[in-house]
Design a protein around this ligand. Structure first.
Ligand code: FE2
Length: 310
């Protein structure tokens, strides 16, 4: 990985290729991304009323705060307005709605000064989403709801794009997680005891990259990127939205980022909805993605890709 490309005038195919090679893409806010941000703000402002959502953590006891999030976040995820906005974003960015599948958007919060960093507001340790059963062709979309600064953003750790880290992904199965751990996040206020895939060796998190886009600005990155929540000491809670997409041609052809160290089982393939009509991905693909592809060195992947291109 070596580039952050702003408003790339690329086709969707070219864009996916850049992402699978580890580049980061940033797009200026679109009409629909701004509508989604506006919808999220309204919801947060109502939920935390009479407090400002970004500073409510300084006025509300933490158990109450977790309860507010536990009520608000699922409402946001399942709102038909959220899906409509994503469909609009796909259109505006030039992704084919017949071939692009998305999962429901999540609203995330990163509170300041270690106020609440577990359960419903989990502060993510360095990880790849592919450790959590995402396919190698998954693309993550991320945008701030309120202005962010480097002290409450998220960070990428580029040295690990092609470098493996010993990790616990072999013990992670997405179906198992859904059955046992997903739905009780709000109960973990002080400490999070859910077993998650984590690095199992010391990591060098610097150099790191923090992309600061305006509210509604869209950051696209491969699910294979190593990333983490930065320790928030900005004095404001960060609110952000993320969702993921896969392109069905890439699913079929098994194109995607190199798998350098993910060994999880299960697949998130059942979560994605077609951009045009919200249909699910076929059972056939779901079944064939129950295991990650074999772990390969990123250099081997690059060599195979260039043979293919020539
Ligand atoms: Fe992630």
């Amino acid at each position: 990985m070596n580039s952050i490309i702003i408003d790339a005038p690329a086709t969707d195919e070219k864009r996916r290729e850049l992402l699978y090679r580890g580049q980061l893409l940033v797009y200026s806010p679109t009409r629909s991304s701004l509508a989604l941000v506006e919808f999220a703000r309204k919801m947060a402002e109502e939920a935390f009323h009479p407090h400002d959502p970004e500073t409510a953590q300084y006025h509300v006891p933490v158990e109450r705060y977790a309860a507010i999030l536990a009520e608000m976040k699922p409402k946001f995820i399942h709102a038909p307005e959220s899906k409509k906005c994503i469909q609009g974003m796909l259109r505006e960015i030039g992704a084919d709605a017949e071939k692009t599948y998305f999962d429901v958007p999540r609203m995330r919060t990163s509170t300041s000064d270690d106020y609440l960093t577990s359960g419903i507001a989990y502060a993510f340790h360095p990880h790849r989403d592919t450790w959590y059963s995402a396919p190698m062709c998954q693309i993550n979309w991320w945008m701030p709801i309120y202005p962010i600064v480097a002290e409450n953003a998220m960070a990428f750790h580029p040295r690990y794009w092609s470098k493996a880290v010993r990790n616990g992904s072999a013990g992670y199965n997405y179906d198992e997680w859904n059955r046992t751990s997903r739905h009780n996040a709000a109960q973990f206020v002080k400490q999070d005891t859910r077993v998650q895939p984590k690095p199992e060796e010391p990591m060098e998190l610097d150099p790191q990259i923090r992309v600061i886009a305006p509210p509604g600005g869209i950051l696209l990155f491969s699910a294979a990127q190593m990333h983490s929540s930065v320790p928030n000491n900005s004095g404001r809670t960060r609110f952000s939205i993320d969702f993921r997409t896969v392109n069905i041609d890439d699913v079929a052809a098994r194109r995607g980022a190199p798998n350098v160290d993910s060994a999880c089982t299960g697949t998130t393939m059942g979560d994605y909805l077609r951009g045009s009509d919200l249909a699910h991905i076929s059972q056939e693909y779901f079944s064939s993605y129950q295991a990650q592809p074999p772990i390969r060195k990123a250099e081997e992947f690059e060599a195979a890709a260039s043979v293919h291109a020539s």
